[in-house]
Design a protein around this ligand. Sequence first.
Ligand code: ADP
Ligand code: NA
Length: 332
Amino acid sequence: SFTPRVFSGIQPTGNLHLGNYLGALKRFVDWQARDAETIYCMVDLHAITVWQDPADLQKSTRELCAGFIAAGLDPENSILINQSQVPEHAQLAWVFNCVARMGWMQRMTQFKDKAGKNAQNASLGLFAYPALMAADILVYHATHVPVGEDQKQHLELTRDIATKFNHDYGVDFFPITEPVIEGAGTRVMSLRDGSKKMSKSDVSDASRINLTDDADTIAKKIRKAKTDPDALPSEVAGLSDRAEAKNLVNIFAALNNQSVEEVLADVGGKQFSEFKPMLAELAVAKMSPITTEMARLMEHQDEIDKILARGAERARAITAPILRQTYDIIGM
Ligand code: ADP
Ligand code: NA
């Protein structure tokens, strides 16, 4: 039977948080447990599409690798890599820069959001980012790409690039990859503002639970999370228009591997003064092993560097032949 090949990546830009864990890392671990070949990437080449301090980038890359492992990714099972250490990503991206059309790239909403009003001053790399993402995926002939809703347009572009390449060269070489869009229910919102997603780039540290926070900090951030004065409802419908309340219940459900219905059946009628300590206890119980292991690994950077070197070697056994075949098709 057919074994799915799963690829996904995260930018090493620091402040890895609970949203990254529940929305990405925990799902990566679920894929690893299935009958799938799993490849997970720290996408440093994507990170430098906007300015990164060199020392911070290096630290964030190791920290992200530590986070992957601490969250449960096994480097003997999954292939864990840092993008720049597998040069075929960038080499195939150049080919795709020549396949993708300017008009396609100009429609990308994430570029418009990230470049803002001053698009003339954005890097060329930020504009070309989706072609590199297509290369990240297709250089492995990956079949499944678990990503958030915000990456859907980039995955459609990946399919367009594969289709055009196959058509232009008259081959059936690159697969048309299926997106595995994670549900909106898995989106973790800011602890300070229920209308914004929890994000690495939020200036308020209290808005997120970092994977580097200790137990006391995690508990304190949950105690201080924004809520409303009402008791918890016993039905999901009672959470509509209560973004902050909904977020805390969602987090509880995700951490406890329960549905929101199941959580509300237990806690409906309770005040936040009672629910928050329950959530804090759960979050500390689930996150402490991860934060502790991450901190341990950060004391052994040689261990991390070895894992990434070995991951690059395993990755290149896949990517080098695919790039070679691509060049052959093109006549290079
Ligand atoms: P950020 O937006 O914090 O910079 P990234 O864009 O690097 O995070 O996202 C890395 C991964 O984590 C992606 O798969 C993304 O979908 C997921 N992710 C990021 N923020 C959240 C969130 N608040 N809730 C759920 N998943 C998230
Ligand atoms: Na696997």
